[in-house]
Structure formats: C-alpha cells, structure tokens
Design a protein around this ligand. Sequence first.
Ligand SMILES: [Zn+2]
Ligand SMILES: [Zn+2]
Length: 246
Amino acid sequence: MSLLTQFETEQLRSILRTSNYWATFNRNRYPEQIQNAIDNIYQWVECSCNDDCECKNHGCTHHLIRNHDVKFDKLYSHFLNCYVDVRAHDVVREGRTKGRGSNAVIATDYIRTMWEIIQAEEVRGFQKSLICTNWECKPFINISESFQPAGENIYLAKWLSLLSLGTYIAYDNSSVGLLNRDFDNPRTYRELIRKIRGDLITHLTENQINITDFCLSDNPSEFFQNIPVNNPRPIGNILDKLYLVL
Ligand SMILES: [Zn+2]
Ligand SMILES: [Zn+2]
C-alpha cells in the first residue's frame, strides 16, 4: 500500500496541481529549472524497446536520453539551479565541506570523480525509463545501492535524478520522511526506487492508464506560463512532486 496504489490518477492529478502551485513560491522556481535542464541536456527520443519490455505494456512511446556532448560543468549548473537553494549557490561553488551546503559539495565531488564512467556511451545512451523491464544500468546500480534514503544524502538522489530524469527520483528533507514511511523504510535508495516502480506499474494497471497520459497528469504549465504544454514530463520528476506537497 502506498500513495500510488491507494489513490486514483485523478486524485494524483490534484496532488500534482497543488505541488505545482506551491512551487511558484519556490525561490528556484523548480519546475522551470527542470524544464531548462530537459531542454539543454536531454533529447526526447522514440522508445526503442522490444514489444516484450514492460514499458510497452503501458503504452510507452518516448524516453528522455541525456545528450552526448554535455560537460560536467554544464550539468553542475543545472544541478544547482534545480536542486540547491539559490542562496546557497556561492558556498557550494566555493566547496565548503562543513555546515550549510556541505552535503551538496560532498555529493558533487563524488559524482565528479565518477564523471568519465557516467558519461560513457553505454551509460549516457542507456535508453530505458523507470517502467522498463531492465531499467537500471551498472554505475547507477552501484551508486543507488550505496546510500540510504535520508536527509544527509538528499543531494546524491538529486544528482541521480538529474542524470536520469526518466528513472530516478529526487527527494527533500521533508519528502524523504514521507517516502520512507510509505515504502516501509527501504534499506537503500535503490530499494526505494524499486518499490516505487512496482507501485507505479500497479497504479497504471489498476487505473487502466498508459504512461503518457499518467505523465500528462502533471501540468506545470498551468502555473508556469513559459513551460510549453507539450513538453516532456519526466517520470522521476513527477514522482518527486507527489511527495513534495507538505
Ligand atoms: Zn519505452
Ligand atoms: Zn522499455
């Protein structure tokens, strides 16, 4: 039992609407920054999975794939814009390893050391989404298994999410508490994502809704007029917003 299995799509649509409304008060204007990241570092490509892939059971037509020519510094700017409060950008860029912003610095340093692996063709071009049968690729399995969903490592989840917006889910200090409760205190972030994936698939099946229509239940354009209505809605980001409500 979780939010995804207990609530119908219409109810989730209403929660997402509330979430987008509150985001207008967010200093970073989070939905707009996610949109910029999609426009600048992703491509929306036709689903190339075989018919026996789970995503095809749910009417998948497109996936978000990271561009091949993105440099770390560009990703880093998007990471700050999307996920770090604008007031903390300077201390994070200075590399402060104690106090406010230090967890973002530590997570960023870790990702930087992994950059060559993360940007390798077989990782960057891994064309799967959260609901695909084989939804994980190697380096992300290792990273997602290395930490528990908890307040001190919100930035690792945020980095994974930015690197794979169709799969990984960012969380915040408050939403991680809800996620842990809702998914029975998973031991690792990987286990959390696996459980959410299972419940999302249950939700799609029980509500008889395909993944495209599910994603359209998030409509940030209503409150953010410069986000085009037909822009891709990343699965990971939608699930993040569902729990960002409180
Ligand atoms: Zn697909
Ligand atoms: Zn697939």
